[in-house]
Design a binder for this molecule. Sequence first.
Ligand code: NAP
Ligand code: G4F
Length: 331
Amino acid sequence: CVLSESGRGFCLTRSALITGITGQDGSYLAELLLEKNYDIHGVVRRSSGQRMERLESILPRITLHDGDLLDSGSLLRILEKSNPVEVYNLAAQSFVPASWTQPILTGDVTALGVTRMLEALRHFNPAIRFFQASSSEIFGQALDKKQSEQTALRPRSPYGVAKAYGHFITINYRESYDLFAVSGILFNHESPRRGHEFVSRKVSRGVAAIKLGLQEKLILGNLNAERDWGHARDYVHAMWMMLNQKHPRDYVVATGKKYTVRDLAKIAFACVDLDWERFVEVDPALYRPAEVDALCGDSSSIQSELGWQPDSGFEDLIQEMVLSDLKSLTP
Ligand code: NAP
Ligand code: G4F
């Protein structure tokens, strides 16, 4: 807080609210916004009580509120308590395979949850800026080799369909109510904080466990799938940039380079001087009912208009993840 010329005090600290703060991106975003002197508020589910490990180092500096994207009342109450200038909606049922086993829940949280937050926000204070974590999964079996903001949406999973809803409802609220609401179409992004169920982390943990003699094999699904993998730290920076641009607009956030799951395994095993072919086995039970074969983003718009660019390369990212897992699994 500072003193104005008239001697009356006013506070320069801006408050930001993050849903999904206990997740990979939520933790990196909270750290970034703390560096920028925001007052950070986060929504946590009652069940998140045990899942605070990603926030451990910043817990004393942030405020957490019990709430759920399934519960509109909790969202309104949290907005009143935190009085944010920016809301980042990162909460979702975010694991694609779980969207086939829990399609209704996925739609309720990942799709309708966006509307619940937008409704609460527009009633509480329509001047709040809103970021929606959209996904390259909305492109599904894409017709364009590189997917941009103009690429047609062809989602292939209940998760992809739910994210397409979240994407369009964000645009719709911007156009209907003149909100500063934007949708970041995020391609895959990883880090040592990635959930264990996603393929990059499953591989980095598997490699570390095999190197340490704790595991014999790594069982994977479709090795031919191609993804555009970036570093989560770069992607949360894009989120902040998108809420601090002059005019609200949606952007693809991606590195523009794609690799197969096979490349990922090869690179990860090479980090510890092992030959991936000796350890990786394929189990068709891990294939998806409908696969997205290849995703690769064209992020030229956000690069030219906002000056965003990915800092981390794929091989460095995988090495960071393997080394981190080696450290954490070493007895
Ligand atoms: P994540 O690690 O799976 O985190 C998801 C977060 O959502 C967790 O904090 C989780 O809380 C919370 N959550 C789930 N259901 C909720 C509910 N009903 N109410 C409130 N919170 C709920 O995901 P992430 O990788 O950080 O991704 C962040 C966002 O970006 C997600 O929306 C994801 O779909 C989207 N996205 C991610 C990527 C990627 O590659 N990482 C790419 C494109 C889009 P608990 O801790 O309680 O489970
Ligand atoms: O790491 P994944 O589970 O990520 P997926 O399905 O691409 O989704 C992630 O990125 C989306 C953005 O495009 C996000 F919106 C979403 O929330 C999530 O963060 O799988 C990547 C690829 C798939 O093609 C999958 O079939 O890896 C293939 N794969 C092969 N073996 C595997 C495995 N995936 C997992 N999870 N586990 C395996 O054993």
